[in-house]
Design a protein around this ligand. Structure first.
Ligand code: GLV
Ligand code: MN
Ligand code: MN
Length: 407
């Protein structure tokens, strides 16, 4: 499976993946998913929001145990964020077959569309639409950097966007959703940093997802000549932006939170012209919502204050927000007991990264498994995991599926 996926959407220059929603690379990943489903004799479905499903057993029977993740990537993403969950899900079904396990409930593997939000700015579009947390009207307004709307992009990829929207019937068929994911930190690799009983285990169970969101900061200044405009006559939005990046770092650090400006656009973007508009996208996350709101408010205040000095107008638009997710304790405890059978307790850890599992957790009992990441690096071509740990992840996922769905 890895050999087939490896070349898809990989930049030869960086070795990173550029598998953005509804692009050719995404289409190739989707074709791979469908082929994996069909080669195993699983029932393949593409839902109204473009999420793919592969069913073992009757899709309509209800109380299904579903596993999976996503195949899209951030710009220059690693190989594991997303695909490890999908590959491990198919491998875990194979493992159940090899064990001779007899499922008493339907099992499914899912590939949620557009998890990273790299193209249209909002993360987890496929699961958010299904769960009713993004309305079809909001989704239709989303545009990529070329101005193409989400429905236009879907159509160009050969998919009919006419029926996007809440899918409560489909979600009601799910009795439990388990997402396996590479850990995006080093809690498993560095036991002393594990928040709860890290034991150097290759696999952990998620306790919670920090609340997080994305905010677009628009800094409006005045375009002018770089060689003739006196310093005191300038209204340079780049200055306000730069100061805001520093303020974000300080504000987040003091609050024990995270704040990142990872994307910026400059208009008109001439070397010899003062910019007229700088747009910076802030990603901020914190252990609790109150802290997150206070951090973003603080950054916004700092931006406006600095803008007053620079003659720059600042406006802030919240593009997405995901509240804190505390995974269902019942399912989480079931996973811990299924995986701790040999007497070694499985580590329980929170994460700052967003996931479809977090989105679904409002409507479906949901849990996550993390596979050790030796460097903690993610959203980078350097992301890696040891093969033995990935195989331990498959065994753990198979144990969970067997415990939840089989006789
Ligand atoms: C998704 O990986 C996110 O946390 O942004
Ligand atoms: Mn990611
Ligand atoms: Mn992911």
């Amino acid at each position: 499976m890895w050999a087939d996926l490896r070349p898809i959407g990989r930049s030869p220059a960086t070795g990173g993946y550029r598998r953005f929603a509804w692009t050719g690379a995404d289409t190739d990943c989707r074709a791979w998913f469908r082929a994996q489903a069909e080669s195993r004799g699983l029932t393949y479905e593409l839902d109204r929001n473009g999420n793919q499903w592969a069913w073992l057993g009757d899709p309509t029977a209800g109380d299904a145990v579903v596993t999976g993740s996503h195949l899209d990537s951030v710009p220059d993403g690693g190989a594991f964020d997303g695909p490890l969950g999908v590959v491990s899900s198919f491998a875990a079904l194979d493992e159940l077959g090899a064990r001779g396990a007899r499922p008493a409930k339907p099992l499914a593997v899912v590939n949620f569309g557009d998890e990273e939000g790299a193209r249209f700015g909002v993360a987890c579009v496929g699961s958010r639409l299904a769960a009713g947390l993004l309305t079809p009207a909001q989704a239709r307004e989303l545009r990529d950097s070329d101005g193409l709307t989400l429905p236009q992009a879907m159509e160009r990829a050969g998919y009919d966007p006419g029926a996007i929207g809440p899918d409560p019937e489909r979600l009601a068929r799910i009795g439990a959703f388990i997402e396996l994911h590479i850990e995006q930190g080093r809690a498993l690799a560095l036991p002393s940093e594990g928040p709860v009983g890290g034991t150097g285990s290759p696999v952990g169970v998620a306790s919670a997802i920090w609340p997080h969101g994305r905010w677009r900061f628009d800094f409006h200044g005045e375009a002018n000549h770089a060689g003739t405009t006196r310093i005191e006559d300038r209204r340079d939005p780049m200055l306000t932006y730069a100061d805001t990046v520093l303020a974000a770092r300080t504000t987040a650090r003091l609050a024990g939170a995270l704040a990142t400006f990872g994307k910026v656009s400059v208009e008109p973007g001439g070397v010899n012209a003062i910019a007229s508009l700088v747009r910076g996208w802030l990603d901020s996350r914190a252990a609790d919502e109150e802290t997150l709101v206070a951090v973003v408010d603080g950054i916004q205040r700092a931006a406006v204050e600095r803008g007053t000095l620079d003659g720059v107008e600042v406006s802030v638009t919240r593009e997405s927000f995901t509240p804190v997710v505390e995974f269902a304790h019942g399912l989480r405890d079931t996973l811990a007991s299924l995986l701790g059978r040999d007497g070694t307790p499985v580590p329980l850890l929170p994460t700052g990264a967003g996931h479809d599992a977090g989105i679904l957790s409002a409507s479906v009992p949901t849990a996550m498994l993390f596979v050790r990441n030796p460097t903690g690096v993610s959203h980078s071509p350097a992301e890696t995991a040891a093969e033995d740990d990935c195989l331990a992840g498959v065994q753990a996922l198979a144990d969970v599926l067997e415990g939840l769905a089989c006789h």
